[in-house]
Design a protein around this ligand. Sequence first.
Ligand code: GTP
Length: 363
Amino acid sequence: MLMQAVILVGGEGTRLRPLTYGTPKPMVPIMNVPFLARTMERLYEAGIREAILAAGYMPQAIVDYFGDGASLGMKVTYAIEETPLGTAGALKNVEEHITGAFFVLNGDIFTSLDLRAMLQYHKEKGGAGVLHLIRVEDPSAFGCVVHDESGRISAFVEKPPKDEAPTDEVNAGTYLLEREILEYIPAARAVSIERETFPDIIARGKQLYAYTTNDYWIDVGRPEQYLAAHRDVLSGAMPLAVEPGISGEGADALRGHPGVVPPVHAGPDVVVDASATIGPNLVLGAGCSIGADAAVKDSVLWDRVSVGAGAIIEEAIVASGATIGAHARVPRGSVIGHDVEIEPGTALEPGARVGAPQRGAPS
Ligand code: GTP
């Protein structure tokens, strides 16, 4: 069966601001590659050749990168929402493109989930659809999903207080749905799949099944999680084809450098002064430069970031083209936007977010 996948990529990504002022969340790089490109690879590996991208916020960056999908060996179609339609409204909006059962992927989930195995499970169970679930320690920030031993879902409980959570199994943002569910989504208004459509489907007596796995899973939509995802790839906890130690196209230039503390992943044309210290848990984008006596660790720097002499960066994310002045301090939790210049000697507070919407960008 030729499967289609709808990827929900229309969110504004407010929690990743200021990064998402310049780059829509699906195009934020993971290990120097746009996140959505990783998701597309996963689809391809699972034998899926058609993706429908439900976009809205800064769609042009997505269209420019993927085009019609031919370079990936896939067919990519876009549905661009003038106003956000919500996670189910976005599906209703692409109804004309859907030919049969289809996957739905939240655009910000980084996971090792095996989509083929999920499809097999759906074939065995039947019903209107399957939801991927994972177990979490604290379900209070998630949508709990209650099911019986056969996997049949009986209730959805959004963000319960921790001690009232009915289960530790939560909606993990990947679904496999029969086309008929589109009939139950009202047209031309914003609709949430978690809050409205799924509860409505079971209220109608249709079956939805839970598919719980212990795969690697993380929502990269918050800075802490974004950094954690990188740490997990570098440590091998998230399986991705990355060499241990010093990796990436720029690795050769760093091997033998006395100040490199692995794991470090570097893009091409990275320049690191001989007296600088970099790593562990550091990802450098293409063309980054690190000045004399600078120290950068536990961070992700996008392309062309310039770090001045003696600057210190820890547990931070720095977007493309930013300049960190000499002897500046960029401490834990800092998020620096595109092309921002941090003046020499500046000491930022932990958790500082520096960067404003760019001119001409959607507000
Ligand atoms: P925050 O603003 O930080 O909450 O991020 P977000 O706007 O992306 O929202 P959230 O993380 O809850 O969204 C989960 C997934 O659904 C993401 O992949 C979003 O891109 C996507 N999404 C959320 N709302 C919409 C929508 O109205 N339309 C479409 N097409 N996708 C959406």
